[in-house]
Design a protein around this ligand. Sequence first.
Ligand code: SF4
Ligand code: SF4
Length: 440
Amino acid sequence: MTIKEGSLEAPRREPIDWQDADFHDRDAVDAELARVFDVCHGCRRCVNLCEAFPTLFDLIDESDTMEVDGVDRGDYGKVVEQCYLCDLCAETKCPYLPPHEWRIDFPHLMLRAKATRFKEQRPRWRDRLITSTGLTFSTLSAPGVRQLANGAAKLSVIRGLGERLAGIHRDAPLPTFHGRRRRAAARQPLDEPVAGERTSGRVAVYATCYGEHNDPQVVEDLLCVLRHNGIDAKRLDDATCCAMPKLELGDLDGVAANKDANLPVFLAAIDDGYDLMSIIPSCVLMYRQEIPLLFPDDEDVARVKTAFFDPFEYLVARRRDGLANLDFKHPLGKVAYHAACHQRVQAIGQRTREFLALVPDTEVTMIERCSGHDGTYAVKAETYDKAMKIARPVVRMVRDADADTYGSDCPMAGRMIEHGLDDGTAATHPISMLRRAYGI
Ligand code: SF4
Ligand code: SF4
């Protein structure tokens, strides 16, 4: 039989059978891991994407047989632990995704292995805490608590204790907690919004845990930029976490619970004529790809998927319809822009760069590598050093760009670059750059 290297048909991600009896069966999972590891061993295209592949190839190369059959099944988990579900291997490298007969979807196999481990053993309390972002972040941003939390994060004694007792690396970049901002961004009188070919001109912004509790300014900036573009933009106040951290932990029931909590909020906005948007690419990806693949027959999930936009994808669509505001007041100069992995895998094109480049006297250098933040990967004691190693090339590229401003679509990736640079400069989200360019 001749094996094809690729396929003429477009690769696709397939629905995840997580409610199937076999999905969490340890023997079935290990057999599939062995099958896929063997293909990866022969291919090795993804060796430089993350630590999962080098871990796998080291296990194979150091085994007696130098093949997958020489690797102890008990060590498969070492590979799984290094995967933070960025999706890059599947979306940018792998020629063996379905419809190829080998049907390799490495991130979704990692997800299955994580979900199986989650069922088999109760996760550490640290992991339950840092993946329950909705509850944890609400608690830490409460009046009185946030001052303590923000202060403690700066004390080396406390950070040392946190590393020993909770497994949060003492040097990890931790978010700052803010109070919930209910104040609406400066409203301008709006005419009736004009619909474009794909856009309604009405946007409900899903602030997300990070936007609510750690960086409310960037949500405010997004609302201002949208309104400056004649869009009727409002903040959705009652939505909870998208559950990407729970997905990373393998807690699929937790993902389902958050989805059930958020869907009525999103559907009400859609019924009122609003498109949906989030400033965090991972949260957009959850509703555009991961949740639809986990609930392929759910019509409400499908409606939400169609309604969700990336901010710059929306602005570029409005520009193509002649509806964007291109009256920029200030140049941005040299911009070092990091394209976040969870935005890149949405296959929407380089929309952030495209729109920023419209600002006169602006030169955008785009960086397409993992920043190393990767959800909880950069804060855990056991993976912080690896995260910093992954971040190093991006930090070097930002430094070499000698830019007037730098930032990422993902505010957490921006903070990671800032942490790596450690020179007193601060990352700026591209939407905040745009607000500055508009002079609003
Ligand atoms: S999804 Fe990302 S982290 Fe996981 S194996 Fe693929 S490239 Fe590595
Ligand atoms: S995930 Fe695909 S491209 Fe990457 S090493 Fe495995 S087989 Fe090769």
